[in-house]
Ligand binder design. Structure first.
Ligand code: PLP
Length: 379
């Protein structure tokens, strides 16, 4: 049998189906638009670490500089061992990638087939949808409750079908900052498991949660993991402050991790990232400072927005909050624009018509944001 095929057909399909995630503006672009030096921009639009990277990670990068002409360890053995110790799982359960989002391509390749359905929350991180389409998989959305953006398990069950192959449950969810409780996650995982799907708990922001033991890694420990069809994805981009290095990882059973590694890029990360990751994991002081700064800043933003009559989506667990701006008389895009014009502060107003997403910054940055918001309030 011959396969009649033209690559241009595939190019056109990709272009037609493409639905790209639009990343937040860089500091440089914002500074150019505002006509001010980059340092004057307050960037609360990409959920980065307000304290920056760990000094130990920076030192590890500097120490590597004379070796960047040599290939790195392609399987990141030392980093995987450190992550294994950090999470109390085997190093052979861990797969490393150039950011957790690049591992999501490998997940599509390893765990789904063309035409398979990829389920994710709505609203959520739209990169899942973009990657699913790029691989000719079918994205399926599970709308969150419109009142408090929590997950209704009946709505979730209704989104599953015999074609469901991969499910992303974002915990905490982006942009809502809500966290599906572990009990509901287990019930959702069982429902998806009945369809034969693999379930990813995307825990990019889990280090910022103030709940006790919120991670699904608990189900992957020991010789007979409780939920072997669950994977956890994590990143060094957020609490560890290494977004520009591109470093993330996934944790599965030995079997799913092996399959993911087979589908992964051959040299997925360099030694700059691997060594910085090991140093960042060991720097528990910087992580503790980061968590404390985010908890304090998050409480401040909730209280101050609340005092202005702008409701924050309840119980935020990430390093960002989602705010209903209707009381300002503006839509989300208009609010974000005015905050930029008045305060040179970047927030995201392009996720939803009436809600903006605001990253938690330093005390100074949070106060600059609130200063601009007070100036745009009516009356
Ligand atoms: C929910 C979620 N998952 C994953 C990522 C991607 O992170 P990484 O930098 O590891 O690719 C992000 C980035 O914003 C995110 O919001």
């Amino acid at each position: 049998m011959t396969i009649r095929s033209n690559f241009l057909d595939r190019v056109r399909r990709l272009e037609k189906d493409h639905e790209p995630y639009v990343p937040g503006m860089t500091r440089e672009s914002a500074a150019r638009i505002a006509g001010v030096p980059a340092a004057e921009i307050v960037k609360l639009s990409s959920n980065e670490n307000p304290l920056g990277a760990s000094p130990a990670a920076k030192a590890a990068i500097a120490a590597m500089i004379d070796a960047i002409h040599e290939y790195p360890n392609s399987t990141a053995d030392a980093l995987r061992a450190a992550i294994g110790v950090h999470l109390d799982v085997g190093a052979d359960q861990v797969v490393v990638g150039a950011g957790s989002s690049s591992l999501m391509h490998a997940m599509m390749a390893a765990f789904t087939e063309p035409g398979g359905e990829v389920v994710a929350l709505d609203p959520s991180f739209s990169v899942y949808r973009e990657i699913a389409r790029a691989h000719a998989r079918v994205p399926v959305a599970v709308p969150l409750r419109t009142t408090d953006f929590t997950l209704d398990l009946e709505t979730f069950a209704a989104a599953l079908s015999d074609k469901t192959q991969l499910v992303f449950l974002t915990r905490p969810n982006n942009p809502t900052s809500t966290l599906i409780p572990l009990g509901d996650f287990v019930r959702a995982a069982h429902l998806a498991g009945e369809k034969g799907a693999l379930v990813v708990s995307d825990e990019a922001y889990i280090e910022f949660s103030d709940l006790d033991q919120p991670s699904a890694v608990a189900f992957l420990r020991g010789p007979a993991p409780e939920l072997p069809h669950v994977m956890v994805s994590r990143t060094f981009s957020k609490a560890f402050g290494l977004a520009n290095l591109r470093l993330g990882y996934a944790v599965g059973t030995r079997e799913t991790a092996r399959a993911l590694a087979l589908a992964n890029a051959k040299w997925p990360t360099g030694d700059l990232a691997q060594k910085a990751g090991i140093a960042a994991l060991a720097d528990t002081v910087h992580l503790a400072r980061t968590r404390a700064a985010v908890a304090e800043g998050r409480n401040y933003l909730v209280a101050e927005f609340g005092a202005l009559g702008l409701a924050v989506v309840p119980n935020p667990q990430g390093n960002y909050v989602m705010v209903d701006v209707r009381k300002t008389g503006l839509d989300a895009a208009g609010f974000a624009q005015l905050v930029f014009d008045l305060g040179r502060v970047l927030v995201r107003g392009d996720f939803s018509p009436h809600h903006v997403r605001v990253s938690v910054g330093t005390a100074y940055e949070n106060a600059r944001l609130l200063g601009a918001v007070r100036r745009l309030m009516p009356g």
